[in-house]
Design a protein around this ligand. Structure first.
Ligand code: GDD
Length: 304
């Protein structure tokens, strides 16, 4: 499903899924319009529905709480309500988030860890998570939520810290940038590869019973660690380029996230295949290649 504006300008708006566009049938609809979602369910009669759409940039949710809450909460409600009416047998996946844990009450976080969201985005995901559970319990919908920790890839948006760093490294090497401005370098995240995480999503919908699962690597690294690894790969000294800028600090920060995916491992047989060093390497290499810079393809040792 894609918005009409995106369909009309595919090279700009859908560029990141360019390589698979030919294998997809995109339907015009908007998360903000219940009728448009309803019509797609009626036309497609899907067996599985992966509801990943959202205003997903945490930082932006502080600038515009209203549209984040509206789109994310109503959008999820619209999808569930239409699905229940039109295709109640359709299996449903909701993209929950480790941001729901926010100010964490235990380390590592598991499915039963109490939620304490720290942003409108996190709050909207808790609401979506509860809606999903309630449609499962009240209406018998096969509805599951993945509580996914940060998952990255070379297709990550440039505003997220991982891609900001790896694209920054490439631009510094290419002589297009001489400093990289970042916010809180001490924040820690459990970063995995999106490629691995979509397998977990799919797997949840293949189970007889719907349920909620943490999907994480179990290892946490700071933003500084990510910087050190990415710059180290190309032999640059980050101290010469990183500038901390208050503009990129958040009014309420999630300091540490680290998940325990034991349940996903036991029930879904899921395990991440790409480690932190492999992820950083793949992202740096791809961003460098896009600017015509070739790096050795062997994995580097993780540092920091
Ligand atoms: N974006 C950004 N830009 N983040 C920065 C910067 C910067 O310049 N400097 C430091 N950070 C810190 C943020 O404060 C945060 O602690 C961490 O880097 C990660 O920020 P993001 O990459 O923007 O991701 P996120 O953790 O807020 O959210 C992502 O992961 C969630 C799952 O935990 C998003 O993908 C969410 O949609 C997702 O739910």
């Amino acid at each position: 499903m894609a918005r009409r504006v995106a369909l009309e300008d595919p090279s700009r708006r859908l560029g990141r899924i360019g390589p698979v566009l030919g294998r997809l049938h995109l339907h015009a609809a908007s998360l903000e319009s219940f009728p448009s979602i309803y019509q797609i369910f009626r036309a497609v009669q899907p067996e599985e529905c992966y509801h990943l759409a959202a205003q997903s940039f945490v930082s932006y949710s502080f600038d515009d709480e209203f549209s984040t809450l509206n789109t994310n909460i109503n959008g999820t409600h619209f999808v569930l309500a239409a699905l229940k009416d039109v295709v109640p047998k359709c299996r449903f996946y909701f993209a929950g988030s480790s941001e729901m844990f926010g100010k964490v009450t235990e380390i590592p976080q598991i499915e039963t860890t109490r939620f304490h969201p720290r942003s409108a985005y996190g709050i909207s995901k808790v609401a979506g998570f509860d809606l999903t559970r309630n449609y499962r319990e009240a209406y018998g919908i096969h509805a599951s939520s993945g509580i996914l920790f940060n998952h990255e890839s070379p297709r990550r948006g440039f505003e997220f810290v991982t891609r900001k760093i790896t694209s920054g490294v490439a631009r510094i090497l290419a002589g297009q940038l001489n400093e990289l401005r970042l916010g809180n370098l001490e924040a820690k995240r459990d970063w995995g590869h999106a490629r691995d995480y979509v397998e977990a999503m799919w797997s949840m919908l293949q189970q007889e019973q719907p349920d909620d699962y943490v999907v994480a690597t179990g290892k946490s690294h700071s933003v500084s660690d990510f910087v050190r690894n990415a710059f180290g790969l190309v032999g640059l000294d980050p101290k010469k380029f990183i500038v901390t800028d208050p503009e990129f600090y958040r009014p309420a920060e999630v300091q540490i996230l680290v998940g325990n995916a034991a349940k996903a491992q036991a029930t879904l047989g899921w395990r991440p295949k790409t480690d932190f060093a492999g992820l950083v390497h793949e992202m740096v290499i791809t961003d460098c290649a896009s600017l015509g810079i070739t790096l050795p393809s062997a994995k580097s040792a993780e540092t920091g």
